[in-house]
Design a protein around this ligand. Structure first.
Ligand code: SF4
Length: 221
């Protein structure tokens, strides 16, 4: 089976498994999404949502984040990993939004990646979820699943994984593909203990076939 056919089949199966795959970071607008994604680096969406529940009530605009001392913002997000740096990034980002973008989150990818704390992955999440521009953000789940299923090589960089996925999937399905891969990785093909025994795409998965072999066979190879 060619790679595109395999991807097509795998995405269809993932769609049946997770028909409501979506961005799990709670937000009401592009600005809140940007803050939430920035906070989510090396942190679970669940923890971010707990913190942003109160955070987004207290801080509604870029000016709100700049109206408090850095230490207060750091305290408000202290349950998030790397909270000191993230608070600093948020205040710098808010200052740039006010100075250069009229207080709004810019829609262009290249403008987003110039903001402090906003890398390619974050920009992809923001443009796709907030502005409807197709994009595949490669996070840890997308990278792991893509490599296990053989859509990318084990030593491919995150950018290489993204480019390979973009070549295999029609542009209009990029965002949906991103969500499906994330849900599949988060709830089924987990980093530890992937559910290979009940995996509906195991026949396409080198990693799964290796994991399903008896330990004695694995050693013999
Ligand atoms: S067979 Fe296992 S490793 Fe492969 S995609 Fe399924 S759960 Fe993941």
């Amino acid at each position: 089976m060619k790679a595109k056919e395999k991807m097509d089949h795998v995405l269809r199966v993932m769609g049946e498994m997770f028909p409501d795959a979506h961005c799990e970071l709670n937000h009401r607008n592009p600005f809140e999404l940007t803050i939430a994604v920035l906070l989510s680096a090396q942190c679970t969406d669940e923890t971010v949502n707990k913190v942003t529940k109160d955070l987004f009530e207290k801080y509604k605009t870029p000016a709100d984040y700049l109206a408090v001392p850095l230490e207060e913002l750091q305290h408000d997000i202290r349950r998030i990993g790397l909270f000191r740096n993230k608070a600093l990034f948020i205040q710098k980002l808010c200052q740039i939004l006010i100075d250069e973008h009229g207080g709004e989150v810019p829609e262009k990818h290249e403008q987003l990646t110039k903001l402090p704390g906003v890398g390619r992955k974050t920009a992809n999440v923001v443009v796709s979820n907030a502005f409807g521009v197709p994009a595949i953000a490669v996070d840890t789940h997308v990278e792991r699943v893509s490599k296990r299923l053989g859509f990318a090589k084990a030593d491919d960089s995150v950018l290489e994984v993204e480019k390979k996925l973009m070549r295999l999937v029609p542009r209009e399905l990029w965002t949906e593909t991103h969500h499906r891969l994330i849900f599949f990785g988060r709830y089924h093909c987990k980093a530890q203990n992937p559910q290979c025994e009940v995996c509906p795409v195991v026949e396409f998965c080198k990693e799964g076939k290796v994991r399903m072999k008896p330990a004695s066979n694995r050693k013999a190879k």
